[in-house]
Write a protein that binds this ligand. Structure first.
Ligand SMILES: C[S@@+](CC[C@H](N)C(=O)[O-])C[C@H]1O[C@@H](n2cnc3c(N)ncnc32)[C@H](O)[C@@H]1O
Length: 344
């Protein structure tokens, strides 16, 4: 919720505002409103036509008083426009929150709603240093799907920035996508490399959704799925030219990551390459680049006992696993980095 005026920003610079109230109340509630409004179809309905409050209340079968309380904050924060009579989508909502847009992130917001319900036990997590329960133990099949599609939206966002940095040798043949979820990265890479086949390893509940995505792309003959817990699986030794470990090290603790990197290294062929993608914390960064990875770390502790790590930590795990040429390639997205290392 970015609604500070210039005067308010200035006052905050001089510590004249109790920003804590703002951070703890309207920001949090607005985040809830945004995911609920998306879920209830506010943006989708307004993408079809501009509407008055009463028309939208009737389109969505919601009480008029709810609509009258939902639309003004969405307008004040520039998701909607209002000409005094009708509401319409502002560019932010039109680009990111409508299904017909290639930039749609509604599935990711649905996943965030799931996270909101877990933040209820954050205090307990912080007191214990570990969450009272971890998602693989309690997700319903519907929640696994929400998670997987949410990750897919995020991958769509990352892909255009990532692909120019993810250059594979032309003769690559085998790729292991560890914790590959929706499979979008494998799909894109096999499309770009005609001799490449990919293997996606993830929990069986996730791969139920992946199956459908792979068949939509008609790539069942080039992408195989391995339902497993990757922490208890031994991958084929020296089998893969490339291993992807995207958005996964944040889910393990330090010891878990040392073991994980060793298991990846042994799956790689000589001269093979591993690519690790994650939010990496960097004390030298500022603004969203600093705060987002830190919040991701806190959330990951609450979700699965994970954390956010620095490039130096990742480099040490790679080197301990016998990998070389560990390189850091920041992407131009807040906190997101690619790390590459090779086995030679
Ligand atoms: C944050 S998502 C990342 C998905 C994908 N790699 C991406 O970057 O979009 C993490 C994935 O790891 C999977 N995962 C986490 N722990 C796992 C484990 N122990 N065994 C198998 N899969 C696991 C989750 O099911 C989920 O699909």
């Amino acid at each position: 919720m970015r609604s500070f005026t210039y005067k308010e920003l200035l006052a905050s610079q001089f510590n004249l505002l109790p920003i804590a109230i703002y951070d703890a109340f309207p920001s949090v509630l607005f985040g809830r409103l945004l995911v609920v409004a998306t879920k209830l179809g506010v943006f989708e309905s307004l993408s079809e036509r501009e509407q008055t409050s009463a028309e939208l209340a009737s389109s969505l079968s919601l009480p008029l008083k709810s609509i009258e309380l939902m639309l003004p904050p969405l307008t004040a924060t520039h998701y909607l426009k209002n000409n005094g009579v009708r509401y319409a989508l502002a560019p932010q909502a039109a680009k990111w929150l409508t299904k017909s847009s290639p930039h749609y992130i509604g599935n990711f917001l649905a996943y965030i709603e799931l996270l909101h319900s877990h933040w209820i036990y954050l205090e307990k997590t912080l007191k214990q240093g570990n969450p009272p329960k971890v998602y693989p133990e309690f997700f319903t099949m519907k929640e696994w799907e929400t998670y997987t599609l949410g990750m897919m939206d995020l991958a769509k966002l990352i892909m255009p920035r990532l692909m120019p940095k993810l250059r594979l040798p032309t003769d690559v043949r085998t790729l292991l996508d560890v914790c590959g979820s929706h499979g979008l990265y494998s799909i894109e890479l096999v499309k770009r490399h005609p001799n490449l086949t990919a293997t996606i390893a993830d929990f069986p509940q996730v791969l139920e959704t992946t199956k459908g995505i792979i068949s939509k792309h008609k790539l069942q003959h080039r992408i195989s799925l391995v339902p497993c817990d990757v922490t208890r699986t031994t991958f084929k030794s020296e089998e893969y030219d490339i291993v992807l470990a995207f958005n996964i090290i944040h889910g393990f603790d330090k010891e878990g990551n040392k073991r994980f990197l060793q298991s990846i290294a042994s799956a790689l062929r000589l001269k093979g390459k591993v690519f690790i993608l994650d939010e990496l914390s960097d004390e030298r960064s500022s603004g969203v680049n600093r705060v987002l990875p830190l919040m991701v770390g806190l959330n990951l502790l609450n979700e699965i006992g994970g954390s956010v790590y620095s490039f130096e930590e990742v480099r040490a795990w790679c080197e301990q696993a016998g990998l070389h040429h560990v390189q850091h390639h920041p992407l131009s997205l807040p906190g997101v980095s690619l790390v590459s290392a090779s086995k030679s």
